[in-house]
Design a protein around this ligand. Structure first.
Ligand code: IPD
Ligand code: CA
Ligand code: CA
Length: 254
């Protein structure tokens, strides 16, 4: 069964319009907490509900795993969805948040889309075919000196309960690099590596729905996707994505 990138884009852009509708009326939306420091808004729920229905209508053979509604139907072939990655930024009126949708079949990622509606940046990739931003082919940066590199990371919202909370690792790496960014959306961080805007990104304690689409986009743009020891693969609890050229210099600092 082939997937139409155009149909998928229409569905995801419509989800973006729904999210933007809430984003323009932030003072009226309901924000609650799933756990202390872990926010969810009305928009997260509405976008996921729309995506779940629209994707099932168009592609009834695939199951669904969304951050807010969990897993349903066929989990061998499924959509993996984070309706809003960067909810805290969204709820503050900042622009770095995105809708993340990946298609996984038999544990292999086939399609990935990350759409940042407030920036109108649409990133997508198809396994073996490349990665694009707004219909332009993208690739990772060519920076080969860690000293000059621009690196992004994130810190789990529940970090105060974690023994290993990324702060020491951040200090180690920050002393060996020039630029550091914390954009607040792992899905977008991965796309920024894909687009060469940052040279590497790492984070820990994420879930597959945070990174599935972005990791495929990064890999298709030429990135290395590993754990903190350099083992290839997508490890949401320990994800390190680089342009490939600085991987060897970063690994000893992880
Ligand atoms: C969060 C974002 C953030 C990361 C957090 C994630 P959410 O996802 O990806 O960048 O640092 O760990 O939980 O909760 O906004 O979907
Ligand atoms: Ca997320
Ligand atoms: Ca989310």
């Amino acid at each position: 069964m082939s997937i139409s990138p155009v149909i998928l884009e229409n569905i995801i852009r419509e989800a973006g319009s729904i999210a933007l509708g809430y984003f323009k009326n932030l003072d009226t939306i309901e924000v609650s907490k799933k756990k202390p420091r872990d926010f969810v808004t009305e928009a997260d729920i509405a976008v996921e509900k729309y995506l779940k229905n629209a994707l099932a209508h168009e592609y009834p053979q695939f199951g669904f795993w969304g951050e807010e509604s969990g897993q349903s139907a066929n989990q061998e072939s499924r959509w993996i969805v984070d309706p809003i990655d960067g909810t805290h930024s969204f709820s503050k009126g900042q622009y770095f948040w995105g809708i993340s949708v990946a298609l996984e079949i038999n544990q292999e990622l086939i399609f990935g889309v990350v759409y940042a509606p407030a920036l109108d940046d649409y990133y997508c990739a198809e396994k073996g075919k490349g990665a694009w931003k707004n219909a332009r082919s993208i690739k990772v940066s060519s920076e080969d000196n860690l000293d000059d590199a621009m690196i992004a990371t994130g810190f789990a919202c529940l970090r105060s309960y974690l023994e290993e909370n990324n702060l020491e690792r951040f200090c180690r790496i920050a002393q060996k690099t020039t630029g550091h960014r914390r954009f607040g959306s792992a899905a977008i961080d991965l796309c920024l590596v894909a687009d060469g805007q940052v040279d590497a990104f790492w984070e820990q304690e994420l879930n597959l729905y945070d990174v599935a689409a972005g990791a495929l986009i990064a890999a298709e743009a030429g990135a290395t996707v590993t754990d903190f020891k350099g083992n290839p693969g997508i490890f949401p609890k320990q994800i390190l994505v680089t342009n490939g050229k600085i991987l060897g210099q970063l690994l000893p600092l992880m």
